[in-house]
Design a binder for this molecule. Structure first.
Ligand code: F6R
Ligand code: MG
Ligand code: MG
Length: 364
């Protein structure tokens, strides 16, 4: 009963602008994945959307990085792109950076979070989807879930969690990885993951039995393409209960709208607002950035669900706080710390402006 959960997502066209998903794209994806389930390639699937990103949540028996599964996702995004082009949706096909599929969607534009594991007798999984932000957005919530006893009571009082968790951290510029055993190496780890634009948490493992607890997508579209092609709007899978944090411990970090990169033109800091899937439609200044979470119980690979986890009044204050933080940041307009530092913006006119003003800079 080894199962693989693959979440593969792409922005293949927005409705309206970059704010949400047209139902025709969801219909198209549902049709493709239904056929793949019928053929036996998939055990089960669920199609969702967060902002302008189409989300394919799939279970199967083939392990991670399996070519036919990645091809299915790519073909589904291509079919959706054709629909998006027909409807003149905004940015049709924007995340399909390669001209043709070459064996794996990693590095080709779409975002991927996958994990293979032995299904427990009852196995709750949570799929997080973010829009208008970037790969590092999960660093702080993952730290809170798996290393902060003020969030996860189980780290202190549950024998199954007390040994702590192992974090796999990627340097996304140098393409290197390292693991940190927490709690012993917390302070070393924070030095890195506190800079989520450079270092991202790729996965978390239980130290009690080595099993995988969390997996994220860390692709950075702007680095892949060498120019602005949209923020990477990451996804994350987290397993809950027993040897892992409880569902409520996994969700608790999102009570506070942490300030992250993204928002308008991928060039501003903004609060990450936890919302229902229905409210995952970033509208104000193309934001503020959103996170939605779908919960499932696995049953022999079948996805029983989803439950829309942030569709709950206990997150009302988080949403209100996010709006207040958004007001404070928006007041700054084109000034830092709302606007990103010059070197981190995804849009810039600096080279042109510098060129135009060449020769007008006098020596002090
Ligand atoms: C941010 C985002 C949007 C766009 C903005 C401008 O991730 O997708 O904020 O950057 O709407 O879009 P273009 O350049 O396509 O007009
Ligand atoms: Mg878009
Ligand atoms: Mg998006």
């Amino acid at each position: 009963n080894t199962i693989t959960l693959s979440v593969i997502k792409a922005d293949i066209g927005g409705f309206v602008g970059h704010s949400a998903m047209h139902p025709a794209l969801m219909d198209c994806a549902n049709e493709k994945l239904a056929a793949a389930k019928k053929s036996g390639l998939l055990v089960d699937y669920h199609v969702s959307a967060c902002g302008d990103d189409l989300q394919l949540i799939m279970t199967h028996r083939h392990g991670v990085d399996h070519e036919p599964i990645h091809r299915l996702a790519w073909d589904t995004f291509e079919a959706g792109t054709a629909v998006a082009k027909d409807l003149h949706l905004y940015g049709a096909g924007q995340d399909l950076l390669a001209d043709a599929f070459s064996g794996n969607v990693r590095g080709q534009g779409p975002g991927v979070a996958e994990m293979e594991f032995v299904e427990r007798k009852s196995d709750p999984v949570l799929v997080f989807m973010a829009d208008k932000t970037s790969a590092g957005a999960w660093n702080l919530p993952l730290y809170k879930m798996f290393a902060d006893p003020f969030t996860t009571a189980g780290l202190v009082i549950a024998p199954t969690l007390h040994q702590g968790f192992r974090f796999e951290v990627h340097d996304i510029y140098k393409h290197k990885k390292i693991t940190f055993d927490c709690p012993e190496e917390l302070y070393d780890m924070l030095m890195f993951i506190g800079s989520p634009g450079k270092y991202t948490v790729k996965a978390v493992y239980s130290r009690a039995d080595g099993t995988i607890a969390a997996s994220t997508s860390t692709e950075r579209l702007s680095l892949i393409a060498g120019k602005y092609v949209g923020k990477d709007d990451p996804v994350m899978i987290v397993r809950a209960q027993q040897n892992f944090p409880a569902v409520g411990e996994v969700l608790d970090p999102f009570r506070y709208p942490w300030i992250i990169e993204g928002w308008m033109r991928g060039s501003h800091y903004g609060p990450l607002m936890p919302v229902s899937v229905k409210q995952a439609t970033p509208t104000r200044f193309d934001g503020p950035p959103r996170v939605a979470c779908l919960g499932f119980q696995l049953a022999g690979g079948r996805l029983i669900g989803p439950r829309d986890m942030f569709d709950d009044p206990s997150y009302d204050e988080a949403r209100r706080d996010a709006n207040r933080i958004a007001d404070v940041l928006r007041m700054h307009g084109p000034f830092e710390p709302h606007r990103l530092p010059l070197e981190d913006m995804e849009y810039t006119t600096m080279p042109q402006i510098m060129k135009k003003l060449e020769g007008r800079w006098a020596q002090l």
